[in-house]
Structure formats: C-alpha cells, structure tokens
Design a protein around this ligand. Structure first.
Ligand SMILES: NC(=O)c1ccc[n+]([C@@H]2O[C@H](COP(=O)([O-])OP(=O)(O)OC[C@H]3O[C@@H](n4cnc5c(N)ncnc54)[C@H](OP(=O)(O)O)[C@@H]3O)[C@@H](O)[C@H]2O)c1
Length: 305
C-alpha cells in the first residue's frame, strides 16, 4: 500500500510517499481501508523530532493520527463495509491506504457525515472531551477558559463545554472573534488586542491549548481549588499562584465510546466540525506547511483519491 513516511526528522520535505506492507492484524483487530485522514500539530512535531514518544530508533514511521474509512475485515462488533472513524495507538499512522485498528478505539460514522468531516474529528474530539471532563472535571454551571480556542481542539471544546452547561471564555486571534462567538463562547477574547482581565471573576477550569507565556497568563485566572489542564506542557501549580489548584498535562487516548457520543452529537447537529481546507492524499506535505504557517480555524482534512 502507499503511505507517507519519514526516514529522518526535518521539515515537510522529509515526507516520503513509499510502498509499504499492508498491516498485519493482531487478534480481534479490524482492517480499515482509509478514506480520509487529517492534519494535526502533533504530526509536524513528530516529523521534526520534537515528540518524545518517537525517537530516531523508531524511524521510518507512518505519520497521521486520524482515520475515517470502511471496515475491510471485521469482527463481531464491526462488519465488513461499515463506516468507522477513530484514533489509532501511537505505534501506527493514518497517512496510508490501510490501518489495523483495535475495535475499542473506533465508532460508527453517522450516515449524514462524510468521510472527510469524520476524519477531522477523532484526535481533537478525544483531546477536548478528555481535557474538559476526564481531567478537568467540568460540571454544569461552572466557568471555563479555553485558551487557543479557534483551532481543532478548541473549537470542539467550546461546543462540548456549552453542551455541558458551562459558561465559556475563549481566546483566539483578532480574526477569530466572530467564529468563537458563533461556536457558542459567552465571551470571545482577542488576545492580539484584549487583556484576559475581561474575564472578571476567576474560572473553575483553565483548559490551555497554547502553553508558554500566554499559557501562564491564562493560568492566573483560575480560582482557589480550581483546575488547570494543558495539552502542551505540565502546568506549574506555583505559576498558577493559587492554593489547592489541580494541574495536569495529558496525552489523549483512543476511546470508541467517547467517539460514539460525539458521533451522536454530530448526527443531531448539536456539534459541528469546521473544515478549514480539504486536500488530497498527494498534497499532505503542502497541507502540513499550511497548518504550520497559515492561521487555521478548525481542521485541515485529507481525502484519499
Ligand atoms: N496532549 C495531547 O494529547 C494533544 C492532543 C491534541 C493537540 N495537542 C496540542 O494542543 C495544541 C492545540 O492543538 P490544536 O489541534 O487545537 O491546534 P491548532 O488547530 O493549530 O489550533 C491552535 C489555535 O491556537 C491559536 N493561537 C496560537 N497562538 C495564539 C495566541 N497567542 N492567542 C490566541 N490564539 C492563538 C492558533 O492560531 P494560529 O494558527 O494563528 O497560530 C490556532 O487557531 C497543539 O500544540 C497540539 O500539539 C495535544
């Protein structure tokens, strides 16, 4: 099968379209023919050698963390021909024609959703869901600040948090303000022009998708005994400067049950994925450059020919 691999770390030029073996299936695994995938920042971090779980000794590796496709070899839960989406374990990639998937990591795609849109969902939805609810313990009536909310993770996090009954403060660039409001943010904050002080009273949860100085600035807005959860770095409890604050950095895990809940919210229209761009499989290097260099709202998705 064809797959985009890296043999060395570097910029998007190191991506190589290779002929590789079709995956072998472990017991009970599904063989999925990939119809679409998506581009995530972690793909670029792995490619650059900046993701600690993938070292030089692991190369070559196939990149890509999202899959939407058709089951080619099924099991008792998923029949051949069924449309599924999911995130694989970290030892396999989705910039390829086929993938072996553990059934516990996939869910059915609703008929109303096409493969490309479905492929934009798994990693960012699982990250948003697990960050807000599993680690962030967000509850009805609480206040949450989502920092860096116009991208893949954040734009779904706004919608999940609103569905859960939270008041949502969401930060973005100047051009994102209207987008964040349309997604349901109660207060959209343009960090190019506004101070986070517009939040007023402290929040129960800071969900930080940016890190660095802008992350630290956001952590200051958590209340005593609140939570600061980050997708990018271990938050420093002292930097948050409050007694009893729970802090966590986490890596999203495959979870078919959570994806099935997201699928049903997409089916009833209460959650929508925003697609910034649809590209073809042959344009994956260009799409990675776009994610790295251009401002995106939502996701860049990749359709197989
Ligand atoms: N731990 C995990 O399991 C996990 C899972 C998924 C993602 N992540 C990480 O979480 C981060 C977010 O992921 P993502 O998929 O949402 O990325 P994304 O789609 O690139 O979105 C990031 C968003 O934040 C915006 N942004 C950057 N600097 C900003 C600032 N100073 N103020 C306001 N907005 C700003 C970006 O705008 P520009 O495009 O203009 O920069 C972009 O809209 C990435 O670092 C990713 O690697 C971690």
């Amino acid at each position: 099968m064809k797959a985009w691999q890296i043999h060395n770390f570097g910029d998007a030029d190191v991506l190589s379209l290779d002929d590789v073996q079709k995956p072998e299936l472990a017991e009970d695994e599904l063989l999925v023919r990939i119809r679409a995938t998506s581009i995530n920042p972690v793909d670029c971090k792995i490619r650059e050698g900046k993701f600690p779980k993938v070292g030089k000794e692991d190369l070559p590796v196939i990149l890509g963390r999202d899959v939407a496709g058709e089951v080619e070899k099924g099991n008792s839960n998923f029949e051949a021909g069924e449309r599924v989406f999911g995130m694989p374990s970290t030892d396999r990639g989705t910039y390829a024609e086929y993938i072996a998937m553990k059934p516990s990591g996939v869910a059915k795609i609703p008929n109303e959703i096409d493969f490309a849109v479905a492929a934009g969902v798994p990693l960012v939805a699982l990250t948003a869901w697990q960050g807000l609810f599993d680690h962030g313990e967000l509850k009805d009536g609480e206040r949450v600040l989502i920092n860096g909310a116009a991208g893949g993770v954040g734009h779904l996090a706004i919608q999940f948090a609103k569905q859960a009954g939270a008041t949502v403060f969401a930060t973005g660039r100047r051009q994102d303000k209207q987008f964040l409001q349309e997604l349901g943010a109660d207060r959209a904050i343009d960090t190019d022009n506004e101070s986070l002080d517009v939040i007023g009273d402290k929040v129960d949860l800071v969900f930080d998708l940016l890190g660095g100085e802008i992350g630290k600035a956001a952590w200051q807005h958590v209340k005593d005994k609140g939570r600061v959860i980050s997708t990018v770095e271990e938050p420093d409890a002292k930097a948050a400067g409050k007694p009893g604050v729970k802090t966590a950095f986490y890596l999203a895990e495959p979870n078919g049950e959570q994806l099935a809940k997201v699928a049903s919210m997409m089916k009833d229209g209460s959650v929508k994925l925003t697609v910034e761009d649809r590209v073809s499989f042959s344009d994956i290097p260009k799409a990675q450059r776009e994610l790295e260099n251009a401002h995106t709202q939502g996701k860049i998705v990749v359709e197989m020919a």
